[in-house]
Design a protein around this ligand. Sequence first.
Ligand code: IPM
Ligand code: MN
Length: 344
Amino acid sequence: STSFSLAVIGGDGIGPEVVAEGLKVLDAVGVSAATTDYDLGARRWHATGETLPDSVIGELRVHDAILLGAIGDPSVPSGVLERGVLLPLRFALDHYVNLRPARLYSGVASPLAVERVAPNGIDFVVVREGTEGPYVGNGGAVRVGTPNEIATEVSVNTRFGVERVVRDAFARAQARPRKHLTLVHKHNVLVNAGHLWRRTVDEVGAEFPDVEIGYQHVDAATIFLATDPGRFDVIVTDNLFGDIITDIAAAIAGGIGLAASGNINPERSAPSMFEPVHGSAPDIAGQGKADPTATILSVAMLLDHLGLSEQSGRVEAAVAADLAERGTAARSTSAIGDAIAARV
Ligand code: IPM
Ligand code: MN
């Protein structure tokens, strides 16, 4: 059997519940992971005032991969855990490729009239830039609370940062049957960043002559995601546009309970981190109601990243089989995990 070291961050709300099912499936597929739990999130912040100590980042670095449930809790002021835990992890570990597949599995209901708007199915992947854009926190506020308040959020886009994520997206497009890449941006308004992205796509595209290039403004992209999602193959976009369109992508592909993601460090200079796209859902935490499928599919992405493609394929096939027969009957978090684990 194969063995690797896995850092586990259950986090807040339903995070620990869904992560437990991900680990159950990892075990069932015969991969033995040496797991270490890291207590990050609301509990730690309340107890110690800490979000993400440097010492923890150092410990996380020596693992082969990280599995994360969810970070965020209503008992903590908005932004503290997001800006204090999740984003610093992505930045410190250089997760510049935030990979978010959107695939409508057979048997899964989409809110779209799929037979009409996507007769050939939905199967695309969003390559969301993960370390730049407005997420870097450059900005500020003056005269706060007065009628003259001014708040700015500055989107940072470097040639280095754009080029490396664009090249990764092209490589992914080239490896897929349709070989199509869509840049999503808003270069008619955000002319500085937009033109950098456009120029970079054109220039890097010369290295991938067999990949067809398309462009959509982000507002138009949301229309096509609802009316013609089958047109997309690989989408590359910045951090904030990627955040927004991957929620739409999840919704059309059967809901946020199924959406997996990988925060990838392609050079492997630090471990990549796999997490469901959904949040901590405090309203249903502790009730065994959360769907662990997104986490289990994130585990499949993790296995693939570690080169365990056979095991990854088995996990994904087990999920697909479960989804095909799932229907609408309510099942608990652990019942779904058990059913998928039994199929791997
Ligand atoms: C996501 C989340 C995060 C993001 C939040 C929690 C900071 O929405 O992973 O999509 O905006 O990236
Ligand atoms: Mn999001």
